[in-house]
Ligand binder design. Structure first.
Ligand SMILES: Cc1ncc(COP(=O)(O)O)c(C=O)c1O
Length: 354
């Protein structure tokens, strides 16, 4: 037995992020199953081989899955494989690649990002055109990739038709489409469609598919849907330090998530908990829910002193210091009791004298 000591209370949960959650028990079981004995390192193992078929079942016969350690790495490798040195990526100003990756696309991939302001985190063909210009002009980094996020960083959701329109427009311009799907499972659950309905079927070329927020210990996968859209992924993954030597343990987690319906159960549950939370606090006087709750994120505007008192009791982030907007995320392991306790605390703190 291990001498390790449990150093946290597993019953304490917050609303800071879906990656504050632990690992789904079925994923832990799968890791244990893949343990023991020796397997070839660096992805030449039986679990990674089997995973290809699992991804093909979800994304169609051309799909190729490239397991990686994390989402930032997956995005950087995907975008690097889709661009030549003189090309650029059009994205929403709120995109994770632009705001939350420490400049990794610029620093480690040398990418030029062309951000566009959006009201709700979503690009449209019209918004893309604000940056997709100057083709053939040697003075301008050449727009090559449109990168969208599903669900967006603002908790909003693209319909398959909206993504289809973006893909058609990008392709007409000679561009390709990357989808940051850190929360793709939440999107599919919310839309009640298969994962391919807003990716393969509508023309997305490359996807960063999120596992961590869906219940894995760690692991994301770049899923290539159009092999003609990428170059050198095999080499770029290694040089970006995203090639896991014990890859079987990443792959088996994805197999456990995707072979059955675990991905859907987890995502549906997380989404339902967000709705429950929004419904519970929406009518509390003084609480504003400024954005639609479309998956597993709830944004709220609260008085600052209330936020400060609540944050002493529950973990969550202030999204916008200027407006007092906060973000509450739910995860596969958020329970109804967690939500109800938090909603009660919101109501109680709103009614407390400052
Ligand atoms: C939209 C989005 N993309 C990518 C990531 C991947 O991040 P990480 O590098 O932390 O795995 C995240 C995580 O917060 C995210 O929200």
């Amino acid at each position: 037995m291990t001498d390790a000591i449990r150093r946290h209370d597993p019953l304490v949960k917050g609303f800071a992020s879906d990656n504050y959650a632990g690992v789904h028990p079925e994923i832990l079981q799968a890791i244990a199953l893949a343990n023991g004995g020796h397997q070839t390192a660096y992805g030449d193992d039986v679990y990674t081989a089997a995973l290809q078929e699992v991804f093909r079942r979800h994304f169609g016969p051309a799909a190729q899955a490239w397991p990686m350690f994390n989402g930032t790495g997956a995005n950087v490798v995907a975008l690097r494989s889709m661009t030549a040195h003189w090309e650029a990526v059009v994205c929403a100003e709120s995109a994770h690649i632009h705001t939350d990756e420490g400049g990794a696309p610029e620093r480690s991939a040398g990418l030029k990002l062309l951000p566009v302001a959006t009201p709700d985190g979503k690009l449209t063909p019209e918004l893309i055109d604000r940056q997709a210009w100057g083709f053939g002009d040697e003075h301008r980094a050449q727009p090559k990739v449109v990168s969208i996020t599903q669900t967006t960083e603002l908790g909003t959701l693209y319909t398959p038709e909206e993504i289809g329109a973006i893909c058609d427009h990008a392709h007409e311009l000679g561009m390709v489409v990357h989808l940051d799907g850190a929360r793709a499972t939440n999107a599919a659950a919310a839309l009640d469609v298969p994962l391919r309905a807003f990716t393969t079927d509508v023309g997305v070329d490359v996807l960063s598919f999120g596992g961590t927020k869906a219940g894995l210990m760690f692991g994301e996968a770049v899923v290539v849907l159009d092999p003609g859209a990428v170059r050198g992924l095999r080499y770029l993954r290694k040089s970006a330090m995203q090639l896991a030597s014990k890859m079987r343990f990443v792959s088996v987690q994805f197999e456990a998530l995707l072979a059955g319906d675990l991905w859907l159960r987890n995502a549906r549950h997380a989404n339902a908990m967000a709705l429950r939370l929004a419904d519970a606090v929406r009518d509390v006087p003084g609480v504003e829910i400024p954005r639609p709750v479309q998956a597993n994120a709830v944004f709220a505007i609260l008085p600052r002193d209330v936020t400060e008192r609540l944050q002493k009791r529950f973990r969550f982030y202030t999204w916008n210091e200027a407006t007092g907007e906060v973000r509450w995320m739910t995860a596969f392991d958020t329970t109804e009791a967690d939500v109800d306790a938090f909603a009660a605390a919101v109501a109680q703190e709103m009614h407390s004298p400052a």
